[in-house]
Design a binder for this molecule. Structure first.
Ligand SMILES: Nc1ncnc2c1ncn2[C@@H]1O[C@H](COP(=O)(O)OS(=O)(=O)O)[C@@H](OP(=O)(O)O)[C@H]1O
Length: 354
């Protein structure tokens, strides 16, 4: 009786051990398969989909049960990858909107049509741009690239990030700083006849400060039109050749695209066509996107990212300029002529300013 009982309990123990060993073996092989397949998936998908591009070090790899496992944070940094409902559809499609440093910059020139250019190019579905001028490279550089990236719009794989701050073109330190961020950055420069540009700049200044001196008093020294005041901002900015020299110390000419501010008004589709080619984009923005508003005297948009009804740029774009003595204008034209010719030579484009 006793031996029959002891036989039975031995058999139960043996069976239990066998079941335990089987469970252990099964769980080991299942987990190691799972881990290695997760690992393979992470290796196949570009890391850009998961993390922001400026992460220079890859997440660490460790070995678990014979499988290499890459440690990826379970919670994303939501300042880099957008978790808002706006992008739910994209996320469901496996696309993860995230912020990136700009691929292309509109670096200037102030009052030449930089806003128009940005508003026109961002009609393209593959372009996303920061709405405001960020002024990172001239005013906020000490805040670091992390700060800059937080000011960029969300993009998905394949979209270009852009920003415009017109003062970049004339600020000494900027070319080197942009080169340091990314030597492959594409640079767009809108240029306009430096004399009308200076008047436009002055017009903007008077709109902010009522008791401004007359243009003629500020543009010349000693009360005559002989000596041009080259230290006055609106005059200085227009010496494009001098500013361009600094850029060419860091970037090849082929990385800069010069857009005629005058042509951007009379034939926006032509200039935007050149911009799309330069950025390697399909020509999607065409003459169909524009209409000419004769009251405003400028091309306007049928619709944009922000508005689905026809609209023009704001009131601060396309202001009436004050009367300037024609003799002062002639003298300024004479002053700029050699610099303009140099600029035509450097860029290989004759902008035909008078
Ligand atoms: N489509 C359209 N609508 C309105 N205005 C247009 C357009 N295209 C070019 N422009 C010209 O852009 C000039 C303003 O240039 P910016 O946008 O570069 O100015 S700013 O530097 O950002 O302040 C602005 O200068 P002003 O005419 O002196 O106001 C315009 O001449």
């Amino acid at each position: 009786m006793f031996s029959w009982h002891s036989n039975l309990s031995n058999r139960t123990i043996a069976l239990t051990i066998l079941i335990c060993v089987f469970i252990l073996y099964f769980s080991y092989s299942f987990n190691s398969c799972l881990i290695s397949s997760i690992n393979k998936t992470f290796k196949k998908i570009p890391i850009r989909n998961y993390l922001s591009p400026v992460v220079t070090t890859e997440p660490p790899e460790i070995k678990i049960l014979g499988s290499i496992v890459r440690i990826v944070p379970l919670t994303y940094n939501y300042s880099e990858i957008d978790g808002s409902p706006k992008y739910r559809f994209l996320r469901q499609q496996g696309l993860r909107p995230s912020r990136h440093l700009p691929d292309a910059l509109v670096i200037g020139v102030k009052k030449s049509g930089t806003r128009a250019l940005l508003e026109f190019i961002r009609l393209h579905p593959d372009v996303r741009a920061a709405g405001c001028e960020v002024h990172f490279f001239d005013r906020h550089y000490a805040k670091g690239l992390h700060w800059y990236r937080r000011h960029m719009p969300y993009t998905i794989e394949g979209q270009i990030t852009m920003e415009k701050s017109p003062s970049y073109f004339v600020t000494k330190e900027v070319p080197q700083r942009i080169h340091h961020m990314n030597p492959g950055t594409k640079l767009l420069v809108v240029v306009r006849d430096p004399v009308t540009r200076a008047i436009s700049d002055y017009t903007q200044a008077t709109s902010k400060k009522a008791d401004m001196k007359k243009f003629e008093e500020l543009a010349f020294i000693n009360g005559s039109y002989e000596v041009v005041d080259t230290s006055w901002g609106p005059v200085k900015i227009g010496v494009y050749a001098r500013h361009l020299e600094r850029w060419l110390q860091y970037f090849p000419l082929s990385q800069l695209l010069f857009i005629s501010g005058e042509r951007l008004i009379v034939d926006p589709a032509f200039e935007i066509g050149r911009v799309q080619d330069f950025l390697g984009l399909k020509r999607v923005v065409t003459e169909k996107h524009f209409y000419f508003n004769s009251t405003k005297g400028f091309p306007c948009l049928f619709k944009s990212e922000a508005r689905s009804t026809p609209h023009c740029l704001g009131k601060t774009k396309g202001r009436n300029h004050p009367y300037i003595d024609p003799a002062a204008i002639d003298r300024l034209r004479e002053f700029y002529r050699p610099f303009n010719n140099k600029f035509y030579q450097m860029t290989g484009i004759n902008f035909s300013w008078l």
